[in-house]
Design a protein around this ligand. Structure first.
Ligand code: FA5
Length: 346
């Protein structure tokens, strides 16, 4: 029995090692180890052996069994690897070829300008604040002196957020960054110098200078004795910070219910000499809304307008990027076109 087991070990390991496919390996495994396999059949004779020989034969039989199982595992791994290599080879895959060159992304033009303006305003003692994109109607409008029946609401075609049961009523996608004025004033009080860049949303007819989603940056200064000269100084610093001294601008009266007086700052259209589709023939592109914070807004936010005054502005970051980089259509900013974006990669 011992000799027969040794013979079987040699023959079996040879047969398993010679398997050229996973299916022939399986067949050899069954022939050796299966219920009717050679090892099982051989071991049926153990009962006829003298009792003192049985443990030795049992031990040997286990060793043979283990040797077969190990061989099956190693041959199976080798066959699988060979199969993968053959498949890759037939697919024309060459793992030694160098990879395609990596293309690095870069900062989005709006992001570049945002970072520059953050640096500029931080150097002037401002801090950077953030506000939610889904905003309370009360902050987006009411606290800014725009009650429900105010005609100014119509100029902001608002995207309302449907009220789910049990949720806070009166939610909208913020139409401007101005609600951050309210949030920071309430939270920090006066004196205050803050900027708040971010995305805003309007349900409006799109054209070269109007998108439904765009970026603004709010600015707010509240202190004793703040007036129009300080506001103009900040506006000039911002324009010069982004464009140097080259951009021609003008400032004119503008109406926003949360400032008094209010202004609008326009830049001369860089895309034409005598009017084009971007400036709609006017030669000017509106960049900033600004003014002195309305006493009612200060009061509603818990600041005493007899002590403090302030200025606020809302600048269109997307439009700054248009003018700085010569982008003729604001809709390209968030259009996601790789050929557009790759022009700004580093
Ligand atoms: C406002 O949003 C006011 N909150 C600005 C403000 C803040 C005034 C503080 C006074 C004090 P307006 O709707 O004009 O105002 O937008 C401000 C700027 O955002 C515009 O000057 C323009 O540069 C940009 N802008 C407005 N609408 C769009 C749009 N649809 N697409 C791209 N940029 C826009």
């Amino acid at each position: 029995m011992k000799d027969r087991l040794e013979e079987l070990r040699t023959e079996g390991l040879q047969a398993l090692g010679a398997a050229s496919s996973l299916s022939s390996l399986k067949a050899s495994e069954v022939q050796l180890l299966g219920k009717k396999g050679a090892l099982t059949t051989l071991l049926k004779g153990v009962g006829a052996l003298p009792p003192e020989e049985r443990p030795l034969i049992g031990q040997l039989a286990n060793q043979v069994k283990k040797a077969f199982a190990e061989k099956v595992a190693s041959v199976s791994t080798a066959l699988k690897e060979a199969q993968i290599a053959a498949e890759l080879d037939s697919a024309g895959f060459d793992s030694t070829l160098p990879s395609a060159p990596l293309t690095l992304g870069g900062a989005h033009p709006v992001q570049v300008i945002t970072r520059e303006l953050e640096d500029l305003f931080l150097s002037m003692g401002f801090r950077v604040a953030d506000g939610p994109e889904v905003e309370l109607e009360a902050n987006n409008f009411d606290a800014l002196n725009i009650p429900a029946d105010h005609p100014a609401r119509e100029s902001h075609d608002t995207i309302w957020v449907q009220e789910a049961a049990g949720e806070t009523p009166g939610l909208c996608m913020r139409t401007h960054t101005s609600p951050v004025q309210i949030r920071t004033l309430r939270e920090a009080g006066a004196p205050l110098r803050v900027i708040a860049p971010g995305r805003v949303f309007r349900q409006e007819t799109q054209d070269a200078t109007h998108d439904h989603t765009f970026h603004q940056m709010e600015g707010l200064v509240v202190d004793r004795g703040v007036g129009v000269p300080q506001m103009l100084h900040a506006m000039n610093a911002m324009i010069e910070g982004v464009f140097g001294k080259h951009l021609k601008t003008r400032i004119r009266p503008g109406y926003f219910p949360f400032v008094e007086p209010g202004f609008e700052l326009d830049a001369q259209c860089p895309f034409c000499e005598a009017g084009c589709s971007v400036c709609k023939g006017s030669r000017w592109i509106e960049l900033i809304g600004c003014g002195l914070v309305h006493p009612k807004v200060l009061k509603k936010s818990g600041v005493d307008p007899d002590i403090y005054s302030g200025f606020a502005f809302g600048v269109g970051l997307s439009r700054l990027a248009m003018l700085r980089y010569g982008i003729r259509d604001v809709r390209w900013m968030l259009g996601g076109s790789i050929s557009f974006l790759s022009q700004f990669s580093e």
